[in-house]
Structures are given as C-alpha cells and as structure tokens.
Write a protein that binds this ligand. Structure first.
Ligand SMILES: [Ca+2]
Ligand SMILES: [Ca+2]
Ligand SMILES: [Ca+2]
Ligand SMILES: [Ca+2]
Length: 519
C-alpha cells in the first residue's frame, strides 16, 4: 500500500428503532455432506504452498499475472494478484470486498481494509482500492483513505455501496468502528462516490453512532436497491448499540438518490435482547422472493433462545416503501455457543431458479469436532426463504472456525449458477491457524456436496480466509473472481497482512504465469 488521501467524516444522526421479533425455526443441519479436507489435495494438479511458490520465491511485495495459471474449470489454483500491508501489525486484508466498478471502465475493482494501519495516527486504519483491467488488478492502489484519528480502525469493514447516486459509477463504503466524535468509540462510516477518474478523495457522505461504544460501522455494505427506485442503498450496523437492552445491537439502512445517500436512516431494527449483538454481520440478501426489490440479512450471533449464544439471522424484504419493519424470515443456531450468524451474505442464485439464496456461517458450531464451524444455505422462492437449510457443510477439524466468513463467489466457472465461498480462519494443515477458503459450485439442484476449489495460508497464524468475497470480474473475461483476506500474514513485517485475488475461468489452463514485478 501507499498513496494517501484524507478522511473527514460528515456528521451525525441517530439510529431508528423498531422491534426485532426473535426469529424462530430450525437449526444448523446435522452436517451432512463433505468435509473441509486438505482442499488442495482434493484437486488434481495442484501445487501447494502458493504463497511461497509465487510471492516469496519471486521476492515480490505485489504482483499481477496476466494469465490464469495452472487450473481447472473455475478458480485459478494460485493467486492472480496479491498485495501486502508492508507495515508491522497493519492487518491489511482484515476486510476485503468487491468495490464494484468505481471508474466505469467495465472492469470491476476491489477494496481492502487495514484496520491498524498507521500514517500519522496510531491504528487509524486505512482502505485501498485497486482498479481492474484486461490484465487484472493494478499493482498499487488507485485510491486510499485513512481514519486520521487514533484508534479509529478505519477499514475494519469495507464494501461496494452500489451506485447510490445513479451516475453510472459504483461507490464504496468504509467503516471506522473505533471512531470517536463526542461519544467514545461510537463508530462511523463513510461513502465515497466513483467517477471516470475513480473515487472521490474526500467522503461524499458519512454518519456516526452517536452513543458511547455503539461501534457503528462494524459491518457495512450495499443493501442492493430495497425500494426499487433505481438508486442503490446501504446497510450499516452498530452491534454494541444499547436502547433498552445493553449491547443489543442495531442495523440501519440509508436510501440512495440522485444527490447520494439520505442523511438520516430510512430503516432500522434492534436486537431487543441484552448482548445479542444484532448487526454483527449485515449484507444484501439479494432478491430472495423475486419481487424486484432487494432484501437484506442481519445477524445476531449472541442471540439466546433456549441456548446461550446460539445466534440468529433475520431477513427483511424490500418494497416500494423500503424494508419491512419486522423480519420476514429467521433462523437460529440451536446449539449453545454456536454463534450462528457470525457471518452472513447473499449466496447469489445458486440453483438458477431466479430467486436469490442466502448463506449463514456459525463459526463455533460443534458436530464431532469442537468449534469446527458450519455454513448453511437457504434457497429463495416466490414466498421467500426456505424454512430449513437446503445445503450445509462443516469444518470437520477442532477449532477450524469454518464459516468465519461466507459469501457469494459470483459465477466463477460461467455456468450460469452462482457459487459460494467460505473461510475457515482457524484451519490447520501443516501450520496452526494458517486458515483456508473453499468454493462450492452451484447447479440446477443447488450447491455441490463436495468442495470444488480451496486454498490455504501456508503460514502459522496467517488466518487465510478471515474475510472472503466475490471480487466481481476484475479482468473482464466474463468469469467472476474471488478475493481472500489474510490479515495476520507476515512477509517482512509481522501481521502486516495480505490479500489475494483468484481469477475464474471456464477452461482448463496449463499456461505458465507471466508476472509483472512491482519492485
Ligand atoms: Ca473499474
Ligand atoms: Ca455513483
Ligand atoms: Ca425482494
Ligand atoms: Ca435460488
């Protein structure tokens, strides 16, 4: 990373409240299906230890390959792009996401957060955006923003905001949950508009938690277009918000318009239970009921309903007037301490029926192994999401924390069915807590029962897969790409962190890499 721009927050506002009707229904399924094996060994022709093979051996701090390297249909087996924090303890890659297409050139761009980055202020945090091109992502950031306040932790969460002002350029959103401006650790979030030349240097919109320890901005992202007005909306959480119950948590949605996001929330809900941490993970759910309005998903991983900290997730449907005031769907972990909802997201449309599906992680789920973790997918329909999961998988290793991160992968193999990606930040396979990420392909009958792609951190404590997500299509070849965060990666600096992007494809590749050097 390098390049520095200033970050100043626009002010204030409050979180709306409404009742969070505790979701009901069944649980994480009793782990059918495959395991989290040695992902690399399950794929023919794999070269393990990608990072040492590609990055360390080439002594690169950033690199970009012009062609997919060895691989099979779907994602490349080694990264096509990577960058590092280059600062001790920066934790670059703590958050990663598609930035959408911020400069409107037809190539999707990515955003990476480094929550403890210092550049004038200790642990102010930073976020960096890299533009896509026919040859893949830029070697150095095209844009960078910082917290400019000690311990603001800017970049703890990042995401595309969608196109909130409808100008044809996607916008980005960044959370700074440690930000203080009148209230200690109230937290803040900022949105930057895209343009033909890229993102604005200064934020175009911002809001704060306005309550001590609310930690507003912990989770941020596009909400899709919940009211169908053609402008994208955003969702932001404050999982330690208190309004009757200590640290119940809250989430808020702001509608877009030709002039940008609303200055006050258009929708909000709360956990209504002490320490539920409602809003720990928030995301667009896609359009799960196919009515043309985007829906959202919000989790409360410490929600109790017969089991302590079993966790819950709730989905709210969009409409011409915005999101429903009460959840239209919900489910729970049904196991003490499972933390169902530790991560949530749209799964895309994994079975191609025209209804978006969702994915939920439960990082401490046990089913044979302690804290192995699990992830489950629910299919959408005209009446909304399935009551029971349609797919699930588990870590099958003590403390693997499978489901630590979850999300759509886009369509990495171009078969018309969306695929999903799951991170297991605590996975061990030679190195303790190296972490792993795996992808499952969609089909007319839903997700694959076995893993179609996987990779590992190959360094003790690297936590590969701490965050995972679709990268969009960064090289414009028609196949979706994915991004993986490795926030504890060391390569010259302890815990500097790294991020890696893998390109999708519909072919079998046997090319040797062509690498452009950064230094
Ligand atoms: Ca672009
Ligand atoms: Ca825009
Ligand atoms: Ca909908
Ligand atoms: Ca579907």
């Amino acid at each position: 990373m390098n390049r520095h721009t200033r970050f100043n927050l626009i002010l204030a506002v409050i979180l709306i409240s409404a009742a969070f009707a505790g979701p009901a229904r069944s649980a994480v399924p009793s782990g059918v299906r495959s395991t989290l094996p040695n992902p690399l060994q399950s794929i023919p022709g794999t070269t393990a230890d990608w990072w040492s093979a590609v990055q360390e051996d080439l002594h690169l701090s950033g690199y970009q390959s012009t062609r997919p390297m060895a691989g099979i249909s779907g994602l490349s087996l080694i990264p096509n792009w990577g960058d590092e924090g280059d600062q001790v303890g920066a934790e670059f890659g703590f958050s990663v996401a598609s930035a959408g297409d911020v400069n409107g050139d037809g190539y999707d761009d990515v955003i990476v957060g480094a929550r403890y980055y210092d550049y004038g202020q200790t642990d102010e945090g930073a976020a960096a955006v890299y533009h896509g091109s026919a040859s893949g992502l830029a070697l150095i950031p095209n844009w960078m923003g910082e917290g400019d306040q000690e311990y603001a932790h800017f970049g703890s969460s990042v995401g595309t905001a969608g196109d909130v002002n409808g100008d044809g350029y996607d916008d980005v959103i960044v959370g700074a949950p440690g930000y203080s401006n009148g209230q200690d650790t109230e937290g803040a979030a900022a949105v930057y508009h895209g343009s033909a030349s890229g993102l604005s240097i200064v934020p175009n919109w911002g809001d704060e938690g306005d309550q001590d320890d609310a930690v507003f901005g912990w989770s941020v992202g596009t909400a899709g277009d919940v009211n169908g007005d053609g402008f994208a909306d955003v969702i932001i959480s404050a999982p330690w918000y208190t309004n009757g119950q200590t640290y119940e948590g809250a989430a808020a949605v702001y509608h877009g318009s030709a002039s940008g996001l609303s200055l006050t929330p258009n929708w909000g809900d709360e956990g209504d239970q002490e320490y539920a941490n409602f809003g720990y993970s928030v995301a667009s759910a896609g359009d799960v009921n196919g009515d043309g309005f985007s829906d959202v998903i919000v989790s409360a991983p410490n929600y109790d309903h017969e089991q302590t900290d079993e966790g819950a997730a709730a989905v709210y449907h969009g409409s011409a007037s915005g999101l429903s005031l009460a959840p239209n769907w919900g489910d729970e972990g049904d196991q003490a301490g499972a933390q169902f909802g530790s991560s949530v997201g749209t799964a895309g449309d994994v079975n191609g029926d025209g209804y978006a599906d969702i994915i939920v992680g439960a990082r401490f789920y046990d089913h044979g192994q302690t804290d192995e973790g699990a992830a489950v997918v629910y299919h959408g329909s005209a009446s909304g999401l399935s009551i029971l999961p349609n797919w699930g998988d588990e870590g099958d290793q003590d403390y693997a924390h499978f489901g630590y991160s979850v999300g759509t992968a886009g369509d990495v193999n171009g078969d018309g069915f969306a695929d999903v990606i799951v991170g297991a930040a605590g996975y061990d396979n030679g190195q303790v807590n190296e972490g792993a990420a795996v992808v499952y392909h969609g089909s007319a009958t839903g997700l694959s029962l076995t893993i179609n792609w996987g990779d590992e951190g190959d360094q003790e404590g690297a936590e590969f897969g701490h965050r995972v997500g679709a990268a969009g299509d960064v090289n414009g070849d028609g196949y979706s790409d994915v991004i993986v965060g490795v926030p504890r990666y060391d390569h010259g600096q302890t815990d500097e962190g790294a991020a890696a992007v893998f390109h999708g494809s519909g072919y079998y590749y046997t090319f040797l890499p062509v690498v452009l050097r950064n230094h």
